[in-house]
Design a binder for this molecule. Structure first.
Ligand code: BGC
Length: 721
């Protein structure tokens, strides 16, 4: 646990010793969704090339044939300083970091002792939300006595990756260089570096221009690791020496219309105020206010900030990695984490962003079809881990092959999008085809029972990755039934409204009858004695064990207990049946939900960061308020307090952020939709005097205002309100 991040309403801050701190670098990530950087310091004297942490959505390089990693890009967050001819050393330094959540401005302040002289340093940076091609930085140096200053600023070109194995227990120490520098051009007032990614051949241009105050341009520098401009000055005491750098970072795969070259008259302050205006507009749709609990209010703002800062909201060709833009963990891949856990945030606060996330799944349908073929099945099967092109990136045989539920999860999310927005164009021209192709996959994937009329889903894993390889996971089977129902409806819709598409997709009545029969033949496991829902066909056969034998704190037990052994204990890695019930609450009675909570919550190890928040959501939906608050605190502060001790080494956990948002809105706020209308059934924690939030539903904007004994919904007019 870490308790050193201070939360204010719109700002987080922390003091630390030393240049590097993985945890704070994750927490102080700032970005504009298209790109972003960890809270690394530009002036860090010993550059750690695998930890510099600048990422652009969709920029992957090849580690080996067909397998990519998310590229830790050559970075303009790089400067070197000489005082009186001496380079600054990696001495102890006390750093004060702040992140302003209203505009994404990251600031680091510290005092350097160099050659016996003290020098105050302020580093500031932001990624513009109005022009998502820009990373803008300012370094302000204020000497306490007269000194000779020499400042080198440019691009550190030797940044590399330290690939993380899919197997969470394997450590790697071998780095991989995933970019080559093709060209460097110096100009009067800047430098441009042309890069190309390994294997994937994506071009990235890093074009830097400068403005300075009290510093003079003194030439250029270039070596095998870095290149840039040199500025110097005979500096007087107490005078600020300011370097402003604007880095324009276009790539050969850009889709975001906001990416624009910058005019010659730019300045840090004008670019910041333009970006700030874009943030202000985005906050109008996304901000949640809580009165009576300042820490939850600020932490939810952090959740919201990072969900915005990590999603390339205007690009349908990329998705959100499990760690967003904050780390290369899981090779930057996209999981069901987006569809089930994060998507609702965008759906309710920026439907265009939600559409782009869903469009990515539609765009990668051809890859899902290829994947089905590779797995000797028909139709379309979405991969467990996808990079931007949508092919399977999971190298772990059992998980990659058996976590089938991702296909049904995607269909569930597509349906959520269509129902919530009413976007029939997307339904007819995107979602419907996915429903059809996934039905074909399911038809080929279930095994008919010998001598019976039922089917089994064999060799599968549900969300609980500790269940071994099992069969008939309830979560998966229920979502497949939903999928098949949507597939039948889609076939009927296309038959009625788009006969060409119906014919083009080769749908026949005979086929849809098979989908219906499959839906009816899918088994839903129940305990015959108690009538309670089972998670799958085998959990009840596993060996019971007290959870405390496997772990004491909150860190995942697979660090100390062998993964194979865990598969044979009667424990659950993360919410599974409870997750299902939180997503399909109307499909189960209150008694069934109570029984499921009593059966499964005591077995759960919460070894995935996806687990606490789902427990919080389920408990809030069902009015188990004490449990809801306990789990919500763990989820809300999962990264901010390093609850599972993995925020530093693997970045922010975007699914947990998304599910915390859902707990607030759908759980405590009790937002649901019935007969085409939003409705509130709040269960506010006792110390929350008021809660307010805004959301979109079917093209209209609403504001919800909740108090302990009151709830009101207001339809908002003008989008600027
Ligand atoms: C979880 C998965 C999740 C993945 C990426 C794993 O530890 O078990 O459910 O999708 O992490 O976040």
């Amino acid at each position: 646990m870490r308790n050193d991040v201070k939360l204010d309403k719109w700002k987080i801050s922390a003091e630390s010793k030393g240049w590097a701190d993985d945890f704070l670098e994750s927490i102080f990530f700032t970005g504009n969704g298209r790109m972003g950087a960890r809270g690394y310091l530009a002036l860090a004297p010993d550059v750690l090339p695998e930890k510099t942490g600048l990422f652009i959505a969709g920029i992957f390089g090849e580690l080996k044939a067909g397998i990519t990693d998310f590229v830790n890009l050559p970075t303009p967050i790089y400067a070197r300083l000489e005082v009186n001819g001496h380079a600054i050393k990696a001495d102890e330094v006390s750093v004060s970091r702040t992140l302003n959540m209203s505009n994404g401005l990251f600031t680091a302040e510290y005092v350097l002792n160099c050659a016996g002289k003290r020098l105050q340093v302020r580093e500031e940076r932001f990624f513009s939300l109005s022009n998502t091609g820009l990373l803008v930085q300012r370094i302000t140096l204020t000497p306490e006595a007269a000194i000779e200053l020499k400042l080198f600023s440019g691009v550190y070109t030797s940044c590399c990756n330290l690939p993380v194995a899919d197997d969470q227990t394997k450590e790697n120490t071998e780095t991989a260089q995933l970019t080559t520098t093709e060209q460097k051009d110096f100009s009067e007032n800047g430098i441009s570096v042309q890069l190309c990614t390994k294997g994937t051949e994506i071009k990235i241009n890093e074009k830097l221009s400068y403005r300075v105050k009290n510093l003079q341009h003194h030439g250029t520098f270039e070596d095998e690791k870095s290149a840039g401009l040199i500025f110097n000055s005979s500096a007087s005491a107490k005078t600020p020496y300011v370097l402003e750098q604007c880095a324009f970072l276009p790539t050969s795969r850009d889709k975001d219309p906001r990416i624009q070259n910058v005019s010659l008259e730019w300045s840090f302050d004008t670019l910041l105020s333009e970006s700030e205006a874009a943030w202000a507009r985005r906050w109008k749709t996304a901000n949640i206010e809580i009165e009576g609990d300042e820490q939850s209010d600020a932490a939810l703002r952090y959740v919201t900030f990072q969900l915005i800062a990590n999603a390339s909201e205007k690009d349908p060709t990329v998705n959100i990695g499990a760690r967003g833009l904050t780390h290369t963990r899981y090779k930057g891949c996209y999981f069901w984490d987006t569809d089930l856990f994060m998507m609702p945030f965008y759906l309710y606060t920026d439907p265009e962003a939600a559409k782009n996330l869903m469009q990515y799944r539609v765009n990668t349908l051809p890859q899902a079809k290829l994947h089905a073929q590779k797995m000797s099945a028909s139709g379309a099967r979405y991969p467990w881990m996808a990079a931007y092109h949508g092919s399977e990136q999971c190298e772990s045989w059992d998980i990659g092959a058996s976590e089938l539920h991702v296909t049904a999860d995607i269909v569930h999310a597509l349906n959520d999008y269509v129902k919530t927005t009413g976007d029939m164009d997307f339904y007819a021209n995107g979602a419907a085809e996915v429903y059809v192709e996934t039905a074909r996959f399911w038809l080929s994937r279930y095994t008919p029972e010998p001598n019976g009329d039922k089917v089994n889903l064999l060799f599968c894993k549900g969300p609980d990755e500790y269940c071994g390889i099992t069969s008939n996971n309830l979560y998966t089977n229920m979502l497949v039934k939903e999928n098949l129902k949507l597939s039948q409806e889609a076939a009927e819709y296309l038959y009625e409204h788009d006969r060409d598409a119906y014919i083009r997709l080769g749908i026949t009545e005979e086929e849809t009858i098979k989908w219906k029969a499959l839906k009816n033949a899918i088994k839903l496991p129940k305990d015959p004695a108690s009538g309670h829902w089972r998670q799958d066909d085998t959990l009840h056969l596993l060996e019971p064990v007290p959870l405390s034998n496997l772990k004491q704190g909150n860190a995942a037990s697979y660090h100390s207990v062998c993964f194979d052994r865990l598969q044979r204990y009667k424990v659950i890695k993360q919410a599974d049946v409870l997750l299902l019930m939180s997503r399909l609450p109307k499909a189960f009675t209150a008694e069934e939900k109570r029984a499921a909570w009593d059966d499964f919550e005591p077995l759960c190890l919460h070894d995935s960061t996806l687990s606490f928040a789902t427990h919080a959501l389920f408990a809030a939906q069902n009015n188990f308020m004490e449990a809801a608050q306990k789990y919500f605190r763990k989820a809300l502060f999962l990264d901010l307090r390093n609850v599972m001790e993995n925020t530093g080494e693997e970045g922010l956990h975007l699914a947990c952020l998304g599910e915390s948002y859902q707990t607030a809105i759908l759980g405590f706020g009790g937002l649901s939709f019935e007969d085409g209308k939003p409705k509130l059934t709040p269960h506010l924690p006792q110390n929350w005097e008021k809660m307010s939030f805004r959301f979109y539903y079917r093209g209209k904007r609403y504001e919800a205002n909740l108090e302990q004994n009151d709830a009101s919904l207001q339809l908002l007019g003008n989008p600027e309100d």
